[in-house]
Ligand binder design. Structure first.
Ligand SMILES: *[C@@H]1O[C@H](CO)[C@@H](O)[C@H](O)[C@H]1NC(C)=O
Ligand SMILES: *[C@@H]1O[C@H](CO)[C@@H](O)[C@H](O)[C@H]1NC(C)=O
Length: 201
């Protein structure tokens, strides 16, 4: 399959794309042993994932089936509970030396309203595993000290739409921005990404 990484450093995320009647499965093999890195072209003042959550109670267990995530994360983002949070999620494709956009590109102006919405892809991937969601739902990402307690889960993402995805090098990019009561964006936005290869299974 042409993988270059030693097995111990491979982070595999299973992605299942369900379109009409056909189900296509891909493996996403991260090329970074730490899985997430700061954005290459992050906006001025932007911080990385480690400024969003304290991960000292989180363990990642790499296995052939994917990444097993165990433990809790606590929000430490220095913004205000009254801020509006905008979230953006995109998938980019590496083609002839540069990153190209794909149709997977979602901007959510009121992320806090839909953080635990069952129809969202991050719910299927992540927030459905937050077992204390009833208690922390109202606190979203903008109340420092909020602890999300998670059941142990394996990262598998199921996308329920038609995606003409190619094999090859891709990047998932996530960006969170906080806006104050005057709708002015705070400088300490959060931007992080995962790069790796997609393989059709
Ligand atoms: C890591 O994951 C594998 C497979 O999912 C499991 O068998 C093993 O017990 C896990 N190890 C730890 C330390 O949780
Ligand atoms: C996660 O938080 C819960 C509740 O505070 C605690 O019981 C559990 O030990 C924590 N897990 C880890 C891995 O620290």
């Amino acid at each position: 399959m042409g993988r270059q990484q030693p097995v111990a450093y491979q982070v595999i995320i299973l992605l299942i794309f369900v379109s009409y009647s056909v189900e296509v499965q891909y493996e996403f093999v991260s090329d970074n042993e730490y899985v997430m890195s700061d954005c290459q072209d992050k906006p001025k003042g932007a911080l990385g994932f480690d400024s969003l959550f304290d991960m000292s109670e989180l363990t990642l267990n790499m296995s052939d089936d994917g990444v097993q995530i165990q433990g809790n994360v606590t929000s430490i983002w220095d913004v205000k509970p009254t801020d509006r949070i905008q979230g953006s999620f995109s998938v980019l494709y590496f083609d002839r030396g540069s990153w190209q956009p794909t149709i997977l590109n979602i901007v959510t102006k009121e992320f806090c309203d839909v953080m635990y919405d069952e129809r969202q892809f991050w719910y299927k991937f992540w927030t459905k595993h937050v077992i204390n969601s009833k208690d922390v739902k109202d606190k979203c990402l903008n109340v420092p000290g909020t602890k999300l307690v998670m059941e142990t889960f394996l990262t598998t993402a199921v996308f329920g739409f038609d995606v003409p995805l190619k094999e090859g090098r891709h990047k998932f990019k996530m960006d969170f921005r906080a806006f104050d009561e005057n709708n002015v964006q705070r400088e300490n936005s959060i931007c992080f990404e995962m790069t790796g290869e997609f393989y059709k299974i």
